[in-house]
Design a protein around this ligand. Sequence first.
Ligand SMILES: Cc1ncc(COP(=O)(O)O)c(C=O)c1O
Length: 103
Amino acid sequence: MIDFRSDTVTKPTAAMRAVMNDAPVGDDVYGDDPSVNQLEQYAVERHGFESALYCSSGTQANLLALMAHCERGDEYICGQQAHNYKFEGGGAAVLGSIQPQTN
Ligand SMILES: Cc1ncc(COP(=O)(O)O)c(C=O)c1O
């Protein structure tokens, strides 16, 4: 049974937890995390971008995307049920000065 309500209701299997437990880690700010480096390189090759940035949460990724595409005072169009409108604490408005437009 696959639960499509949200990615966050999916629970990792024991095999997934074992991989996470054994993954080499390091300080990502210094580029010392081989797991993050490998994931970002994989994304670059798979999607053909110049570079990639690992985001540790969906909320963070959504906020970075909005702030990369919008200037202060811009609006972004989204649905009234959109996750970033309903569940992300108004981060775009609070941190990016970007107004959600749901109509
Ligand atoms: C569509 C969508 N966007 C963003 C998020 C937020 O992700 P996170 O909990 O990793 O911040 C979720 C989480 O359920 C989501 O379902």
